[in-house]
Design a protein around this ligand. Structure first.
Ligand code: NDP
Length: 507
């Protein structure tokens, strides 16, 4: 009998292969050379979608369409109220299509269907929140510069935005960016990961159904090279917003700097959770378990590193190990499943490589540590894995594994906990568990992270901005700051009356 809770194949009926095309200037197009690529389901093996494979030609056409749409003002210069009304329509359409979108999201990404449904419904709320923000765009006024001068600082849409998204939360991450860019009045070119193109195309269909003017949102399907790189380098693009690996993020920042365009990056994480002995241990163990296995650990916010006080480390680790074996891993189409498949066989091998290297370096496996067989679906799954005897020098404590792998480190003093928590190149999020508010606040102030959770993990709201420090990125998404990223500032200085002293002396 397996030591894990495994949900075998539910033998659910699978939909026919989807055909995806680029959306350029309001029309659906194949690639000029007719090239296509396929995405096979990580869990079910079947071909989920066949998509037009774009090249520089399609990327350039999409950028030109976005540029024209921005410059003609049909979107960039209409009122916030009009933009909000369209975003609200899209939110309604997303809600009406949750089931359809969630099914494709699940089949392409391998995530559980219940999670996908939650993400799509949650994304509708992001569109609604961005709609509310569309009506708040405002700058400053300066009425104290003397009688002859009135100055205002305007907020204007930054222009054409390239949006490059990854495969782990295709619809959610797009919805952290696109409605905010649209609320600001920008026009966009979107490139989803080649592993998960379909739900971005489905969103494109809803945008057209909702009445978005042609060219305001364009979608190009294909690979980072050459589609993403063209979207990054092109001089007609004003900003690039990217979520993905730190390696690609760095390369995007380098390329974009040639044309000095703005770059927003949401990259990786090696996020610590510090557990003090006075914490609600049951609550912390459950949240740690959720934090590491959610989306099978393929999550920039994965709580992959726990730092536990040595007095409770053995008990706490045992609790997390016991909970690990009760989490339902298996068929993503079964509503009982909590954790699904790994995105590709190559990535599964990479996760396994991290675990093997950690063992070789002296880490001890408490639970898991190998691929997981799911009856009827094969082994593109990974066991819930907990490693102890880990030191902060080991690669496993520093590198992003992007899999269901938890490392346990221990501490004795508060200062040591802070040092360990900050001992990573990343700085996306951090957590602290203690019943003492002073401990939580002191930790929160010293943690070098974009988000700190106290006595909770991964709670997020459209209102609360998100982003990283250090190698986790730059810029912020969602919340008020998420809108600001897509706004440019212009100062307007006005003379009141004909009061200006002449610069040239009278002859
Ligand atoms: P990448 O960073 O390679 O991909 C993210 C997106 O960027 C994809 O759409 C990709 O296109 C595109 N891209 C790739 N190269 C370029 C380029 N030169 N210019 C512009 N765009 C480009 O992530 P991977 O999918 O390869 O995942 C690798 C690792 O990255 C993971 O194991 C994980 O550690 C991390 N990651 C972090 C994420 C996060 O949420 N912060 C999300 C995903 C990954 P395409 O893949 O279609 O070629």
């Amino acid at each position: 009998m397996s030591a894990f809770t495994v949900i075998p194949s539910s033998r659910a009926a699978l939909p026919p292969t989807r055909e995806n095309r680029h959306l350029i200037g309001g029309s659906w197009r194949d690639s000029v050379d007719g090239a296509t690529f396929e995405r096979g389901s990580p869990s079910h093996g079947v071909v989920v979608s066949r998509s037009a494979r774009g090249g520089a030609t399609e990327a350039e056409a999409a950028i030109a369409a976005a540029r024209t749409a921005f410059d003609d003002g049909h979107w960039s210069r209409i009122s916030g109220k009009e933009r909000a009304s369209l975003l609200l329509k899209v939110a309604d359409l997303i809600e009406r299509n949750v089931e359809r979108i969630a099914l494709i999201e699940t089949l392409e990404s391998g995530k559980p269907i219940t999670q996908a449904r939650g993400e799509i419904a949650g994304a509708a709320d992001l569109w609604r929140y961005a709609a509310a923000l569309a009506r708040t765009v405002a700058g400053d006024s300066h009425n104290a510069l003397g009688e002859a001068i009135l100055a205002v600082v305007l907020k204007e849409p930054i222009g054409v935005v390239s949006i490059i998204t990854p495969w782990n939360f295709p619809f959610w991450i797009l919805s952290q960016k696109l409605p905010f860019a649209l609320a600001a009045g920008c026009t966009c070119v979107v490139k989803p990961s080649e592993m998960t193109p379909s739900t971005t195309v489905l969103l494109g269909e809803l945008l057209i159904e909702g009445g978005l003017p042609a060219g305001v949102v364009n979608i190009v399907l294909g690979y980072g090279q050459p589609v993403g790189s063209t979207m990054t380098a092109h001089p007609a693009v004003d900003m690039v917003t990217f979520t993905g690996s730190t390696v690609v993020g760095r390369s995007i920042a380098r390329t974009a700097s040639d044309s000095l365009k703005k770059v927003a990056l949401e990259l990786g994480g090696k996020n610590p959770q510090v557990v003090f002995p006075d914490a609600d241990i049951d609550g912390a163990a459950d949240a740690v378990t959720f934090g590491v296995y959610f989306n099978v650990g393929q999550c920039c916010n994965s709580g992959s590193r726990i730092i536990v006080h040595e007095d409770i480390a053995a008990d706490f680790t045992a609790r997390v190990a016991a909970l690990s074996s009760r989490v339902a891993f298996g068929d993503p189409l079964d509503p009982a499943t909590q954790v699904g498949a790994i995105v590709t066989a190559e990535h599964n091998a990479r996760i396994d490589g991290h675990v093997r290297a950690a063992r070789a370096a002296g880490a001890e496996i408490v639970v898991g540590g190998d691929r997981l067989d799911v009856p009827g679906l094969g082994n593109q799954f990974y066991q819930p894995t907990v490693l102890r005897n880990v030191t902060s020098e080991m690669a496993i404590a520093r590198e992003e594994v992007f899999g269901p792998v938890l490392t346990v480190l221990t501490f004795r003093t508060f200062d040591e906990a802070v040092t360990l928590a900050n001992a990573a190149d990343y700085g996306l999020s951090a957590g602290v568990w203690s019943d003492d508010a002073h401990t939580c606040l002191a930790f929160a102030r010293q943690a070098r992270a974009g988000t700190v959770w106290t006595n909770t993990w991964m709670d997020g709201f459209p209102e609360v901005t998100f982003g990283g420090v250090k190698q986790s990125g730059r810029g912020r998404e969602i919340g008020r700051y998420g809108l600001e990223e897509f706004l440019e500032v212009k100062s307007l200085v006005m003379r009141v009356g004909r009061t200006r002293d002449p610069w040239v002396r009278a002859a």
